[in-house]
Design a protein around this ligand. Structure first.
Ligand code: LLP
Length: 405
């Protein structure tokens, strides 16, 4: 990547994504399931840029969405409606109605009350709703507690017995058609065992339901495959697929999986410019033009992202905290990073930020969100303009005039 030219052309802070990497990741997971019918539904929340969705759609991906906004993004990007899944614990009636009207593949329900609401909305619209139920298998994914979702204490899904009841109810309803089963136990998972345990439980239920004449077509194992940020040993797609398939036996289902981070995480770079260096006592700080509003993962989860200085030959380094200009002590991109002496205008690049980077960014401190650039076919293309101050206040200005406070 030619970071210096990119900084000149698009300014900083800037997100850059290597689309070739996204393609390789997609193909590796698709290939791992080649012995079966499979559908890879990209988890839009990881990075919802329309150009990324369109690119993955062309490769054959579907989308896993958790809001009507994400469903709309997927449709605008050209994802086939039969490859869109709508998950999430708190869908509103208008969101359910929109998804039904669009005739997407299925709604993934996460509670008894939600199932009844889907039924009521479907009845009102005189449409049969295709659904799956999210199982909470009570399995520990051994990841950061904030991104662990498959334990009883987490708000997600329902236990196996409740799920069975919901399927029996759905089967008998005129307005519901159970077609899938779903389980997602967490994110940044590095250990295969929890997947084995969770799919075993889900596959067992699939079998029991079949005996009750509830014949499901889609077996959705969720997302969560971890990536390497530093020196983590990650799960190979082949091993992941084997862990899933081993539990499925002969059952004739389409395997669905919903990777987010795995597809886009290591494709992303956040390019940022050094503003100042300063020392408080012995503590060295490098203050840059990106901040926690651009990348909240370090401050929020204490997540590690490698940071590298661009085009600095100097061998001598010392430890520094790389921080932004936001008024919070959690506003850091890296702690104790080994860096050479830096001057105003030098460039740093923060790595592995393709997932949950831009998509979790905000306008905190009235800061405009970054531009985004794709690197594909040896060319750079702008895929999101940098926000302007006017974009930020647009929803308020009219009210200010009308409200006349
Ligand atoms: N499917 C469902 C139902 C999910 O809730 C998620 C992520 C995924 C798939 C995709 O998981 P992935 O393959 O990306 O691990 N903001 C956090 C991660 C939150 C993940 C939320 N759910 C982070 O920055 O680490």
């Amino acid at each position: 990547m030619d970071f210096e030219s990119l900084a000149l052309e698009y300014k900083t802070p800037l997100y850059i994504y290597d689309f070739e990497h996204i393609k390789e990741q997609f193909e590796s997971i698709k290939d791992a399931f080649r012995a079966r019918k499979s559908l890879i539904c990209y988890a839009v929340k990881a990075n919802s840029n329309l150009s990324i969705l369109r690119y993955l759609g062309k490769l054959g991906a579907g989308c896993d969405c958790v809001s009507v906004g994400e469903v709309k993004r997927a449709l605008i990007a050209g994802i086939s409606k039969y490859k869109i899944i709508f998950s999430g614990v708190g869908k509103e009636d208008n969101e359910i109605a929109y998804a039904l009207r669009q005739n997407i593949l299925m709604l993934n329900v996460e509670s008894e009350e939600e199932l009844k609401r889907v039924e009521a909305v479907a009845k009102y619209m005189e449409i049969k709703a295709r659904i799956s139920v999210r199982i909470n298998p009570d399995v520990d994914a051994k990841t950061h507690p904030y991104i662990s979702t498959g334990l009883k204490q987490n708000k997600f899904g329902v236990d196996v017995d409740t799920a069975k009841k919901l399927y029996i109810y759905a089967k008998s309803s005129e307005w519901l058609e159970p077609i899938g089963i779903h389980c997602h136990i967490g994110s940044q998972i590095l250990d295969i065992e929890p997947y084995k345990e969770a799919t075993k439980i889900t596959a067992e239920l699939l079998k029991n339901l079949k005996a009750l004449d509830i014949d499901l077509k889609f077996f959705d194992v969720g997302g969560g495959i971890g990536i390497r940020y530093k020196d983590e040993i990650t799960i190979e797609p082949y091993d992941f697929a084997q862990a899933v398939l081993a539990n499925l036996g002969e059952s004739d289902v389409t395997v669905v999986c919903e990777p987010g981070r795995f597809l886009v995480g290591n494709s992303g770079y956040l390019l940022t410019k050094v503003l100042y260096e300063k020392k408080n006592g012995n503590k060295r700080f490098v203050i840059v033009d990106a901040a926690m509003n651009d990348l909240i993962r370090p401050g929020f989860y204490n997540a590690y992202h490698e940071i590298e200085a661009i085009n600095k030959d100097e061998q001598k380094t010392s430890k520094a905290d790389v921080v932004g200009a936001i008024c919070e002590s959690s506003d850091f991109l890296g702690k104790n990073v080994s860096l050479p002496r830096l001057n105003h205008g030098d460039l740093l690049v923060v790595k592995s930020v393709g997932a949950y980077g831009f998509s979790m960014s905000s306008n905190y401190n009235t800061r405009a969100r970054c531009a985004e650039v794709a690197f594909a076919e040896n060319k750079y293309r702008l895929i999101r303009k940098r926000e302007t101050f006017e974009d930020l206040i647009g929803c308020e200005t009219e009210c200010l005039v009308r409200g006349n406070l």
